[in-house]
Design a protein around this ligand. Structure first.
Ligand code: SF4
Length: 447
């Protein structure tokens, strides 16, 4: 396993709270704009409604099989922020080393302040490995992240997702039935998918982004494929092109396109695969010529960023340094000064020695926290509308208090378990990623 490179948590300044900003907007105390005033209420008020809830993914269609969260006991729904804070601290103190709390970069401040580690999904799964004796790993992130932690943790450790309704709209855009069907259709075009040609290449190597279900990671592992993160996508594509004539990349079309384009793959050799259309909506000749087949998936958080926002930031803040996440659309990445993973963004700001103005294209909770942690810089979110990731937002401190107090009482609630038949090939795909190295002479850089 690689060295864990994460930020140890610490109580953040009060003005890092996106929730406080939303409450102020709803109360009329702020002139800022939010994408939904429903964000000011507890997630239990919308957990039972169809859809992902208010926030960046609220326009996406939620799969019918997505997990639902049972009703949170009233005592947690009605507790004040201060009461929940005190109860979480007390439960953690009682549990001590028996529990590790992980907080994703995009998680709300009121939860992140209780995390033992803060990082991206893979960093956090690896952080849990540092605690093999912990009985429980409480993952304050979304469903696929808890699955990955379960894949990498010991079987006797319980991985807990505080709110089962915290899925990921992008991960849900590639379900296993659609991907299996796609593979069958591609086999009709390319023939035997295991046959190597004169160059020793198979027709297609499947590559999945970390932001996908364990079932998809298992599919990739079974078919000679590999997992990637936003930090190592280029290295992983190089690994795949050394073994296959072309790549099937899912679920995020933008990470796939941005990475392959930077490697020199022409756009016309990157057809989109729409799972609702025969042959994904592409012709046989297009698929034969393809180098990267992009799944029709996207992140609704990063899709909010636009070239207009970048131009407005440059007009208002001459000399501004614009950094966006590679899940943003290609034209946004092209218009920015830099593109990189959440960890790249964090390190770029930490590494700036002179006071700098940063416009950041990623989830608002991380941007607000970075702004509060680096008052010597001016840091703002490119999107002027306060609109957090709707599924991350479902991890409310009330749910965290509930699962932790459950552990104190000897109850494990909301355990996430990946079945053995899925876990084995999924681990193979993850191990391939860990073994993949940039070619000699090329230093790995965030995509
Ligand atoms: S930010 Fe996007 S990719 Fe990340 S959890 Fe939210 S919807 Fe999924």
């Amino acid at each position: 396993m690689p060295a864990v490179n994460i930020t140890l948590s610490h109580p953040g300044p009060a003005d890092a709270s996106v929730d406080h900003a939303i409450q102020a907007i709803v109360a009329g105390a702020s002139t800022a704009e939010t994408c939904s005033t429903d964000l000011a209420v507890g997630p239990w008020d919308f957990d039972t409604r169809p859809g992902y809830g208010p926030g960046s993914s609220m326009g996406d269609v939620i799969p019918t099989v997505s997990p639902r969260q049972g009703e949170l006991p009233r005592e947690y729904r009605e507790a004040s922020e201060d009461e929940l804070d005190a109860r979480i601290r007390a439960a953690k103190a009682t549990l001590g080393e028996r529990v590790v709390v992980l907080g994703h970069f995009y998680q709300r401040e009121e939860v992140v302040r209780h995390a033992d580690y803060v990082g991206d999904s893979f960093q956090l799964a690896n952080a849990a490995l540092e605690h093999p004796d912990a009985e429980a790993i409480v993952f304050c992130g979304v469903h696929f992240m808890a699955e990955t932690a379960d894949l990498l943790s010991r079987p006797e450790q319980a991985v807990i997702l505080p709110n089962l309704a915290a899925g990921c709209s992008m991960a849900d855009m590639a379900d296993i039935d659609q991907v299996e069907e796609c593979w069958e259709q591609l086999a009709e075009v390319y023939g035997d998918m295991d046959a190597v040609d004169a160059d020793g290449l198979v027709p297609v190597i499947p590559v999945t982004y970390m932001n996908s279900s364990a079932a998809i990671k298992g599919f990739v592992g079974r078919h000679g494929g590999i997992v990637c993160t936003s930090s190592n996508a280029r290295t992983v594509l190089e690994w795949a092109f050394a073994r296959g004539r072309r790549v099937l990349f899912f679920p995020d079309q933008h990470l796939g396109r941005n990475t392959a384009k930077a490697m020199g793959v022409p756009l016309e050799q990157m057809p989109m695969w729409n799972p609702r259309r025969p042959l994904g909506g592409a012709s046989v000749s297009t698929l034969e010529d393809a180098r990267v087949i992009l799944w029709h998936g996207f992140c609704s958080v990063h899709r909010r960023f636009t070239v207009d926002q970048i131009e407005a930031a440059r007009a208002e803040h001459p000399g501004v340094r614009v950094i966006v996440h590679p899940e943003c659309p290609m034209e946004v990445v092209d218009a920015a000064d830099e593109a990189g993973s959440t960890d790249y963004i964090r390190k770029a700001i930490e590494g700036a020695t002179e006071p700098t103005t940063f416009a950041i294209g990623t989830e608002v909770n991380l941007v607000q926290r970075l702004a509060a942690q680096h008052p010597q810089h001016e840091i703002f979110c490119l999107d002027p509308v306060v609109c957090p990731c709707s599924t991350m937002y479902r991890i409310h401190p009330g749910y965290l208090a509930w699962v932790l107090e459950g552990l104190v009482d000897g109850r494990v609630v909301n355990r996430i378990t990946v079945s053995a038949d899925v876990a084995a090939p999924a681990r193979v795909a993850l191990e391939r990623m860990l073994a993949a190295k940039p070619p000699a002479g090329r230093v790995e850089k965030a995509s």
